[in-house]
Design a protein around this ligand. Structure first.
Ligand code: GRF
Length: 224
């Protein structure tokens, strides 16, 4: 990166194992990647991903949400930490707290999330079980900008995997997760580099990135 375009400082917000956080950390080790993971924050002080981040030498912070009287109190304390670390972009990576409109508005156009389904299908929880119950043949993951309505913001990039006979929520979820780890670094790159722009509520990525926003791995790479 040139001095004119410093790497964006990213906070990964997690609540659990943090495998997507790890995929972002791995991508950010490349010298030409336009973002660095400057902070890993969790609402669960015992989240396994915090230890992983610490071991990699990344700054971590945790606030247990139940220690706060209200959702907004928790978020204001979290916001203070993000500002103290001079964060430019927030990546939700398995952060299992609904965010208030106030917090979302602090990060309009600067906060993204990964959701384990091809939005706008299967918003919310238990996406793999619901996809199996419906008998769909295509499933996957989406990275999108965060807006106050859950899982509803402009879509940046998506990955698709097949649903196979005999799949369980676990086998299907594992197949999707492999592609999440490809998708999230790609989407963050588009946002951090400025290639992804929201125009009329939709994300356009420009000629250089056009076509990169769909991850469809070959069957031999699907872990099927
Ligand atoms: C992923 O499936 C992600 O799509 C969802 O939460 C899960 C987090 O997994 N938002 P991990 O903590 O990144 O391993």
């Amino acid at each position: 990166m040139s001095a004119a375009s410093p790497r964006k400082r990213v906070a990964a917000l997690i609540s659990g194992r943090g495998s997507n956080m790890l995929s972002l950390m791995a991508a950010a080790r490349q010298a030409d990647y336009p973002a660095e993971i400057a902070l890993v924050f969790s609402n669960k002080p015992d989240a396994p991903g915090l230890e992983t981040a610490k071991d990699a030498g990344i700054a971590t912070a945790a606030l247990f949400h139940k220690d706060f009287a209200s959702r907004e109190d928790f978020e204001r304390a979290m916001q203070d930490i993000l500002l103290a670390h001079k964060i430019d972009l927030v990546c939700l990576a398995g952060f299992m707290r609904l965010l208030t409109p106030w917090f979302v508005e602090q990060w309009t156009g600067r906060m993204i999330n990964i959701h384990p389904a091809i939005l706008p299908s299967y918003k919310g929880l238990h996406t793999h079980a619901r996809a199996l119950a419906d008998g769909v043949k295509l499933h996957g993951a989406t990275v999108h900008f965060v807006v106050p309505e859950m899982d509803a913001g402009a879509i940046i990039a998506q990955a698709a995997v097949p649903v196979l006979d005999g799949d369980t929520p676990e086998t299907l979820g594992a197949r999707v997760l492999i592609q999440e780890h490809v998708l999230y670094p790609l989407a963050l790159k588009l946002v951090a580099s400025g290639a992804a722009k929201i125009i009329d509520g939709k994300v356009l990525t420009g000629e250089t990135a056009n076509g990169e926003t769909l991850v469809v791995p070959s069957p031999s790479l699907q872990g099927a």
